[in-house]
Write a protein that binds this ligand. Structure first.
Ligand code: KE4
Length: 429
């Protein structure tokens, strides 16, 4: 596979951008090798600058749930752009977006548009702290909520897991306010809330974890977190930046029948343009500036071109049967991959929830971060490169979920399984 143009571009990029990229995971640091540079994308495919075509299961890390460059989204962007790119005063599409989210998302009585998932989650945490007057937040090991300081924290030592910064630049005093829990551990959550529930402003969770590979909630787990937050007066925040409009039209709140106090969104909601949002109970959201004292703002929040893209994408995912068809494709692919791994004698399992799925080089069913860490990541990395050389692009990390789109057809799924038959033999090492 010729990748000479990508290599030349990456050499120039590394001289001018940290790691040669504008977001770390794109640098292939976890899997080794160098990233390819995309020239264009269409439906289930990415095309690199050397003319290679890839069946894409990353989908720009989530936005492309209806495939790349969907005509409905592209045409909406072009039409909106003809009227101007940003006004800095309210525009009608912001109202349509808010009405659409209120209609689709359980419990979303009021919403604020922002420009990324990170902005959405850090704003939701500030609101939780402002609304409760409490300082502590709870997150889960392995969950990622963007690069807000309060989230770049890992479990510290000791029973009451005071946070330890995972990045220089995060003050210890702030990290101390973030408590971390193991995901899917009922007793640990109960014990933490028994210990300091009265100090907790909010608990933020990826309801289906997608940043430690794909970890579904155990039966009753989300309901358990809901009950603990209600009992102790803490806000339950579902980070649906990845799960939103993917695991069901109404996201994880709809799929699992649990309504959070606040939910955060990104990715799909922008259709490929920079959009995030947070929303929830009216009496909470009305505390956000200018109707309330919790400050949050953004120059380009709700800009008409981004709203047009997001609304076009939300229109596509509201098509009757969209999510049932998406889940069927996810299941067909994962069943095919598991069969190919069995034939190759490779220990391999998958998790799948709606349009997201996870690949694990392990003989176990995986639903905790500790189990995910124990999987054979070297085998995954060999598999990743073998698939890439055969024209299939998976997330360049053993700790990322993969994404199906409605644009992936039977031919692409069959080609992916065919490539995997070779790749599993190579992964075996
Ligand atoms: P952004 O700020 O990247 O738009 O969203 C942050 C974020 C928040 N919450 C969840 C559950 C997320 O998955 C993300 C971002 N996801 C990563 C990869 N899983 C985006 C890829 C990247 O960082 O380049």
């Amino acid at each position: 596979m010729d990748t000479s143009r990508s290599r030349e571009l990456f050499s120039r990029a590394r001289a001018l951008m940290p790691g040669g990229v504008n977001s770390p995971v794109r640098a292939f640091g976890s899997v080794g090798g160098e990233p390819f540079f995309a020239q264009r994308a269409e439906g289930p495919f990415l095309f690199d600058v050397d003319g290679n075509r890839y069946i894409d299961y990353v989908g720009s890390w989530g936005p492309m749930v209806a495939g790349h460059n969907h005509p409905a989204v592209r045409d909406a962007v072009l039409a909106a752009a003809r009227d101007g790119l940003s006004f800095g005063v309210p525009n009608p599409l912001e109202v349509t977006m808010a009405e659409t989210l209120a209609c689709i998302v359980p419990g979303c009585e009021m919403v604020r548009m922002v420009n990324s998932g990170t902005e959405a989650t850090l704003s939701a945490i500030r609101l939780a702290r402002g609304a409760t007057g409490r300082a502590r937040i709870v997150k889960f090991e392995g969950c990622y909520h963007g690069h807000g300081d309060s989230f770049l924290v890992k479990a510290g030592s000791g029973a009451l897991t005071f946070g330890v910064p995972t990045s220089p630049g995060v003050p210890k005093a702030l990290a101390d306010l973030t408590l971390t829990l193991p995901y899917n551990d009922f007793d640990a959550a109960t014990a933490l809330f028994d210990e300091c529930g009265a100090d907790i402003a909010g608990l933020i969770v990826e309801p289906v974890v997608g940043n430690a590979n794909c970890l579904p909630p155990r039966d009753g787990y989300l309901q358990h977190l809901r009950a603990l937050c209600t009992r102790h007066g803490a806000l339950l925040i579902f980070d649906e930046v990845m799960t939103g409009f993917r695991v069901a039209l109404g996201g994880a709140q709809e799929r699992y029948g649990v309504t959070a106090d606040l939910a955060t969104f990104g990715k799909v909601i922008g259709g490929g343009m920079p959009v995030g949002a947070y929303g929830g109970r009216r009496e909470l959201m009305e505390q956000v500036s200018p109707s309330g004292p919790v400050y949050q703002a953004g120059t380009l929040s709700g800009n008409p071109v981004a709203m047009a893209a997001g609304l076009a994408m939300l229109g596509l995912v509201q098509a009757p049967g969209f999510h049932a068809a998406l889940e069927a494709k996810t299941n067909a692919l994962c069943d095919g991959l598991e069969a190919a791994a069995r034939d190759a004698g490779v220990p391999f399992t998958t998790n799948r929830v709606g349009g997201m799925f996870g690949l694990f080089f392990s003989s176990e069913r995986i639903d905790t971060y500790a189990q995910a860490l124990a999987c054979d990541t070297k085998a995954f990395n060999r598999f990743f490169h073998a698939m890439l050389e055969r024209g299939v692009y998976l997330a360049p990390s053993a700790f990322e979920a993969a994404f199906m789109s409605s644009a992936h057809g039977e031919a692409e799924l069959d080609a992916t399984v065919a490539a995997a038959r070779d790749a599993f033999r190579i992964a075996k090492g």
